[in-house]
Design a binder for this molecule. Sequence first.
Ligand code: GDP
Ligand code: IMO
Ligand code: MG
Length: 426
Amino acid sequence: MAVDVLLGLQWGDEGKGKIVDVLTPSYDIIARFQGGPNAGHTLVIDGQKIVLHTIPSGIFHQRAVNIIGNGVVLDPVTLKKEIEELEALGLDIRSRLLLAKKAHLILPTHRVLDAASEKAKGKKKIGSTLRGIGPAYMDKTGRNGLRAGNIESHRFDQMYEALKKKHLDLLRLYDYDFDLKSMEEEWWEGIELLRTIELSDCEYYINEADKAGKRILAEGAQGAMLDIDYGTYPYVTSSNTITAGVLTGLGLAPQRIQRVIGISKAYCTRVGSGPFPTELHDETGERLRRAGGEFGATTGRPRRCGWIDMAALKYAVMLSGTTEIALTKVDVLNHFAQIRAGVGYRIDGKETSNWEFDMQHKNPGPVYKDFEGWMSESEQWQDIDDCPKALQKFIRFIESECGVPVTMISTGPEREKLILRSGALV
Ligand code: GDP
Ligand code: IMO
Ligand code: MG
């Protein structure tokens, strides 16, 4: 069998959690390959809202094995909270969760370094979720990091103390007050919990499962425009959020990858700093935020809102070899008489449809194409043919611009609010 991928095509929060949850019955394994607790993936099950940060979004289906891959950076504190919350719902988590030994650990001092670095940046701050993601990946690439498998060493305490000391030395460079004691206490409790989860050489597990015909879905976090290489650098996260990240983050060869499902909202949001050419600073942006409930699942911050940016979307489709699109939050646009799609940018009087180097210094003005809104409720739509003509036209436009089909149309947070078109899974 082959491995399918599901990832965000915008600046995150496209609705990955919901779509993974719906697709999970078609898979044996769901695997997170990058990011960490900066992610917040929302599932709405029987009217109850659950936000997952580290655990893959397949966890609500009893049959699936959920893997936290080596490309993920893991905070034992968040993982412990997440597991306890899910267990309180009566779910058996630990027997269906595998943790890659090579996944790097987020230490309390990584979180402090994240906060100190953001504070020092002042107006130029990234708008990080302050979960210690950047500093943890810095230690990974700097070859200083601690990995989940290290907890099995009798020297683990010493390894921790040595890395903590490095961090404390670094923190002297900042004007930043902190109190580590309680953070450390809960961290060590988290480490104790890690000892109750199966640590695995996941690269073997996943390749053997693939050979044995198991169906595997790799679940992305963040989105293409937050990718460390191709996103809006430096206003990005610290991992590869595109399909390439699946290979290093799970130990899979490129030819194993089959379908790449890219997710995009029917409009666009971003949380944190950085360029967003189609952002709306007016009443329409406010309406999108209200209608879409656009407040961060991890930090609660209001998300910046604007129209869909087709130039950025095409860039993301290209980078990830996207084979199909899941279009989400279509219902949020139900009552907009006019809908716009950014098709390019005006930079210094010239038009371009490329996402250029250093956009934040170029002040790109959006070039729009206008669409008539569909002005109707989505409750009754079961099939694409039930959708209003104006929506069908908007979808055809996205398909022709991106060169791939829109196989899923999501019209609400709940599982059942999903229109599957021919060629879609499930
Ligand atoms: P993720 O990080 O990509 O998993 O997305 P988030 O969970 O951060 O944000 C998506 C938000 O939109 C969550 O509150 C979801 O419950 C919600 N959502 C997902 N799909 C839809 C949809 O089609 N319509 C509406 N109205 N809400 C949706
Ligand atoms: P999901 O998986 C939206 C943003 C932060 C910040 C930048 C860097 O839920 O889509 P970091 O904490 O990684 O140092 O933050 O990236 N960011 C996200 N925005 N959704 C996410 O995840 C995000 N994860 C990080 O707001 O601008
Ligand atoms: Mg999210």
